[in-house]
Design a protein around this ligand. Structure first.
Ligand SMILES: CC(C)(COP(=O)(O)OP(=O)(O)OC[C@H]1O[C@@H](n2cnc3c(N)ncnc32)[C@H](O)[C@@H]1OP(=O)(O)O)[C@@H](O)C(=O)NCCC(=O)NCCS
Length: 142
């Protein structure tokens, strides 16, 4: 878990602890780790209940960015959620996070709401994104 937590601390101003990741793993949450060569390059964590899923966390280490790791992680996490019967997936993203918003939008997520001042360090609104997962296995816009 240490490499994942180290990326998390480098990426986020308000990071999850190593214990937060361990608890998700212990709970059986979808938890994917991307390995490039011998290095942990990124991770994605999700949650699901009945036919709804949520992407809880996603991070790619700076040296591995813009190489398709983030896209691969989100695609695989959507596949994993689909395999657990999920049909709609939500997530929160900082309003200013252009990189993540473009990634999610390219995979079919659309804005469905906002949470005012949701994030800390710095305080910022969250944009709520949603994507449907069709039975065929590819995410798509509603
Ligand atoms: C968002 C993040 C996961 C993207 O990871 P990545 O491995 O660099 O992404 P990919 O290489 O798979 O890029 C996929 C698409 O995302 C978008 N994207 C990624 N980085 C971008 C950037 N810096 N600016 C604009 N768009 C970007 C592009 O649409 C890109 O497609 P393209 O390469 O065909 O243009 C990564 O930047 C990151 O870890 N950011 C910090 C943590 C974070 O914001 N997590 C999400 C919280 S909701």
């Amino acid at each position: 878990m240490a490499p994942v937590a180290a990326i998390e601390r480098a990426v986020f101003a308000d990071p999850w602890s190593a214990n937060d990741f361990t608890e998700c793993l212990a709970a059986g949450a979808p938890f994917l780790v991307a390995v490039v060569g011998r290095a942990v390059a990124g991770y994605a964590v999700a949650h699901c209940a009945a036919d709804e899923g949520e992407v809880l966390n996603l991070g790619v280490a700076q040296p591995h960015r813009r190489g398709g790791v983030g896209r691969a992680l989100v695609e695989r996490v959507l596949d994993t959620l689909q395999g657990r019967g999920v049909r709609v997936v939500y997530l929160d993203v900082r309003e200013s996070n252009v990189a993540a918003r473009r990634l999610y939008e390219s995979l079919g997520f659309v804005e469905v709401g906002r949470r005012a001042r949701y994030y800390r360090r710095p305080v910022e609104d969250a944009v709520i994104l949603r994507a449907a997962i069709p039975a065929a296995g590819v995410s798509a816009k509603l």
